[in-house]
Design a protein around this ligand. Sequence first.
Ligand code: G4P
Ligand code: NA
Ligand code: NA
Length: 194
Amino acid sequence: GYSLKVLEERIKQDGVVLPGNVLKVNQFLNHQIDPQLMYEIGQEFERLFKDEAVTKILTVEASGIAPAIMAGLVMDVPVVFARKKKPSTLDSDVYAAEVYSYTKKVTNTISVDQKFLSETDRVLVIDDFLANGQAVLGLLEICRQASAHIVGAGVVVEKSFQDGAKLIKERGVRLESLARIASFEDDKVHFVGE
Ligand code: G4P
Ligand code: NA
Ligand code: NA
């Protein structure tokens, strides 16, 4: 399978495996951010989806924004991030989806103002992590409400031993993951195909 070597190497070097099958990547993705690496990630998404005439990138705050904005820069399209704050009754013109986090055991309503997505859009969904897939599925649901065309989903790190990848592909959505983790056996990161 495909993978972005520089990303895998960075994960091996700076990623920390925590209890509960969680990979901490605060050194370059989730807290401190490495812009050069994010730029290379953006270039890779552009390479993968360049024939799809993408008009918009859709992600969810907070940590999806860094890779998404670099993809938007390289592809020269706007980036929209879904908000997690529950929309007030005053702004009713939103597309919204419920996202349950198995990791955090909370449900968030994510929402996007209707003026930023429409049926003429060809949307690339981007996120930092794909675990159980609930965040990406919520973004796909928002695209459905907008009648936008979904060209696919691009994620930086896929935990292939969880259900998310399967759930997205079952919906007929193209999925491109730049690093695919098979397991955290012995507290080490093992990539698919290693
Ligand atoms: P899911 O969306 O794939 O179902 O994931 P899940 O509910 O399990 O994860 C909840 C949050 O934790 C998500 O971020 C997700 O990106 C992140 N996450 C899942 N697994 C890992 C992991 O192994 N390492 C890291 N660093 N993050 C992981 P979020 O709640 O949307 O928060 P935010 O950081 O984007 O604001
Ligand atoms: Na996150
Ligand atoms: Na995220």
